[in-house]
Design a protein around this ligand. Structure first.
Ligand code: ATP
Ligand code: MG
Length: 345
């Protein structure tokens, strides 16, 4: 499979530990592929890697409609396997089945101020996008703390994420440093983000980041007609009225996607030069993009379809992952309780 963001595997050490996850709020889309999945794929088998189906985090803005999260759990597992993640090389597990994660969240909550939480730029943006007004769920405001619990519970030091998650990595390291300072020993491990060259893919509207919750996504399970229609609807350069007019490629979402997903960078460079000097129509460029997206997505979609017909297999993958993850996360929680001096019995 074409993985456009392969990173330098020599930079990975066998002691590295990778943790990532996705909220169980919908199917995975091209933003996930460019921001995180492609790096997980490139690194699988190089070091320990855990992928968390973040169902509890999905509930932080879906408390009133838990079905919206429950219905997407197995679909996420199918998405992972369909893109090529291999359960023999990565541990796939479900957040709500690992009680240590909730416990760690409680312990860490005491080390984070309300002022620090409301300063988080991603959380601020999301509160605005979701139009919570004064009704921000407490669980939503504190989800960066639960992400710190997820990362530290596995002893992860590498987190392949889109750039909306950078404040969460910073928050995690604040907690790690504070905790280690308070207990006087290095119990928790600091981490760093692994971002890709397309770590904030815009939605097809060209405005906000592509997101499950904003209705601006192309999904890894979309059929070819849906992909073609989504590409056709993309804004290009509003000044590019006639084919002969010179066009702008900066901020032109069709070219942003070509940069992110077309396997031949040289060809994209030629298309850009042609578009900029004039003589290349929007429809022609959109057709090139449609072709490269359909050839990326079609095999993923077909594998996913087959996997969705085998729900027992998907839940077995989760159960197998859980066993391993439970041992690791319980151990970290025990270390935290010991360091806090709570194990007196
Ligand atoms: P939701 O709208 O429910 O928050 P989402 O589409 O933002 O869903 P998440 O599950 O929150 O997806 O994100 C999972 C991972 O994918 C994170 O590492 C995030 O940074 C990355 N990611 C999500 N959207 C994009 C995007 N548009 N570009 C790059 N990375 C992305
Ligand atoms: Mg998100």
């Amino acid at each position: 499979m074409h993985t456009p963001y392969a990173i330098d595997k020599n930079a990975i050490d066998k002691n590295d530990v990778i943790l990532t996850g996705d909220r169980a709020t919908g199917r995975l889309h091209l933003g996930h592929y460019s921001g995180s999945l492609s790096q997980r794929l490139a690194l699988q088998g190089q070091c320990a890697q855990t992928i968390l189906v973040a169902d509890m985090q999905g509930l932080t803005d879906n408390g009133h409609q838990p079905d919206h999260v429950a219905t997407h759990i197995l679909g996420l597992v199918a998405d992972y396997l369909a893109v090529g993640l291999d359960p023999d090389k990565v541990t796939i597990c479900q957040q709500s089945q690992l009680p240590a994660l909730a416990e760690l969240t409680m312990f860490y909550s005491n080390l984070v101020s309300y002022a620090r939480l409301i300063r988080n730029p991603t959380v601020k943006q999301e509160i605005n996008d979701k139009q919570f007004g004064q009704q921000v769920p407490v669980g939503f405001l504190t989800y960066p703390i639960s992400q710190a619990a997820d990362i530290t519970a596995f002893g992860a030091n590498l987190v392949p994420v889109g750039d909306d998650q950078l404040p969460m990595i910073e928050q995690t390291n604040d907690i790690v440093r504070k905790f280690n300072h308070v207990v006087g020993e290095p119990v928790l491990r600091e981490c760093r983000a692994l971002t890709s060259k397309a770590s904030r893919l815009p939605g097809v509207d060209g405005k906000s980041k592509m997101s499950k919750s904003l209705g601006n996504a192309i999904y890894l399970s979309d059929d070819n007609d849906t992909i073609r229609d989504a590409v056709r609807s993309m804004y290009t350069d509003p000044q590019h009225l006639r084919v002969s007019d010179p066009g702008r490629v900066e901020g032109n979402v069709v070219f942003t996607y070509l940069d992110a997903f077309h396997p031949d960078a040289q060809h994209v460079a030629e298309l850009k030069a042609h578009y900029q000097r004039g003589g290349l129509g929007d429809m022609t460029v959109k057709n090139v993009l449609t072709d490269s997206l359909t050839s990326l997505i079609s095999p993923i979609r077909e594998r996913r379809k087959a996997l969705m017909n085998a729900p027992d297999y998907l839940s077995d993958v989760l159960k197998d992952g859980q066993k391993k993850a439970r041992i690791q996360t319980d151990q970290t929680c025990q270390n935290v309780k010991r360091a806090l001096g709570l194990l007196v019995g």
